[in-house]
Design a protein around this ligand. Structure first.
Ligand code: NIG
Ligand code: FE
Length: 413
């Protein structure tokens, strides 16, 4: 199937070569005004200025669609989510409105442990069906690639059940999906005073099955005071690496405890959250290849200070943006809102936010060579905007649905 789109107001994020964008370059978002785009068998086959159309495509396909007034962007690449969960947690939201902190709620058996209890009671089918709905919902909002974590099982059966659900989603969904094992999300109640015992279970009972059944691409640890220490994270990640899983980690959400430096030494693909970055953390990140993934909707929902995006960019770090979609700290998978919030609250420029949510998000899932930009040979995962006066209108007019259509692998969803 071949489709030609003509008179595109702006074709956004055009790159002949794909690489992680860092520092000042993040503000460079290459576009073509009044463009055409050819999609062939789900792949970006040609593009250019309208005035080049005859030259580049001497023979037009039968299917030609005029999209005057609309912009076309690469679909969002959401590189950090926890969309497998059995139930939402709006009752905790109310506790928080009444003054309880995230840590207070966690200490009362709420938070992650609450989700873990529910998840262990749910069947694989129930989890699949609810996650499928979430995937449908986020893809309609423009997400074309997504990373999904386990971490609400915290038992051998529960974690494997979550990862099997993700595997099934990968097989059945047209979205590009990466799977991350987050057995080390928190310590289950039974192991509250026996950290070594739970880590032993993660390493010796979960990891071998995960590797044998190819259930995960990455390993994650929530490295935080009251959760997993830097040393515990290192032990778990080293074991994960022996099973072929690269680290992709929760770091510096609530405290800076040395996780950044350790994640770099472990060769992590990304360090995610980064609400609490010291100067030393920022300079370590800036001289590494690790991507810093900012999750501003988690800071928004928890009323925490936002990630220091400006400092990170100005000091040459590579950053991505993701939703952290989960029932506790970010019950939304709307990348459009993430992009808007990044501009409104973290003072990112629209160009920076779009790069961070597309090409850099793709690299944060090691999909940078197949997704995240308008490049020949990449998958046609595309957002068609409604008629908008300019690209800056997307974050400016926050909260409005400005996505007209979404294409995944060359098909409109
Ligand atoms: O990324 N910070 C750790 N984990 C999740 C929240 C999990 C939950 O509250 O259920 C996060 O924000
Ligand atoms: Fe998270």
């Amino acid at each position: 199937m071949t489709t030609l789109f003509t008179h595109i107001q702006q074709l956004v994020n055009i790159r002949e070569q794909s690489e992680v964008i860092r520092g000042k370059k993040l503000a460079e978002l290459p576009v073509i005004d009044n463009a055409f785009l050819l999609v062939e068998d789900g792949i970006i086959a040609e593009y250019g200025h309208m005035y080049e159309l005859e030259l580049k495509l001497p023979q037009l396909p039968n299917n030609v669609i005029d999209v005057s007034g609309q912009c076309i962007l690469p679909a969002w690449c959401d590189s950090h989510t926890h969309i497998i969960f059995a139930r939402s947690r709006e009752e905790e939201f109310i506790y928080k409105l009444k003054g309880m902190s995230y840590a207070d709620i966690a200490a009362k058996g709420g938070g992650i442990l609450n989700s873990a209890r529910r998840l262990n009671e749910a069947s694989e089918d129930e989890l699949f069906n609810s996650a499928w709905k979430r995937l449908e919902e986020v893809s309609k909002m423009g997400t074309g690639a997504i990373e999904i974590k386990s971490g609400y099982g915290l038992t051998v059966e529960g974690e494997l059940k979550m990862l099997r659900v993700i595997k099934k989603l990968k097989e059945r969904s047209s979205l590009s999906i990466k799977s991350t094992f987050l057995g080390a999300h928190t310590f289950p109640v039974a192991f509250k005073d026996d950290h070594a015992g739970y880590i032993e279970q993660v390493i010796n009972e979960m990891l071998p099955v995960i590797a044998a059944e190819k259930l995960a691409d990455y390993i994650d640890v929530f490295c935080e005071n009251g959760f997993f220490s830097v040393e515990e994270m290192e032990t778990i990640c080293k074991a994960g690496k022996q099973h072929g899983l690269k680290p992709k980690l929760h770091i510096n959400q609530l405290n800076s405890i040395g996780g950044i430096q350790s994640a770099i030494a472990l060769g992590a693909i990304s360090a995610d959250h980064l609400e609490t970055m010291t100067d030393a953390d920022i300079s370590a990140l800036s001289t590494s290849n690790m991507i810093g993934t900012l999750l501003p909707t988690a800071a928004f929902f928890l009323r925490m200070p936002y990630q220091p995006a400006r400092q990170l960019i100005d000091q040459d770090c590579a950053i991505a943006l993701a939703t952290d979609y989960n029932p506790g700290s970010s019950p939304s998978g709307n990348m459009n809102f993430v992009v808007a919030l990044s501009c409104i609250q973290m003072k990112m420029l629209p160009e920076e936010a779009i790069n961070a949510a597309t090409i850099n998000g793709a690299f944060a899932m090691e999909l940078g060579q197949e997704l995240g930009s308008i490049s020949l040979g990449k998958k046609a995962n595309l957002i068609f905007t409604k008629n908008i006066p300019s690209l800056a209108y997307l974050p400016y007019s926050f909260g409005q649905n400005l996505v007209d259509k979404v294409m995944i692998n060359g098909s409109f969803i």
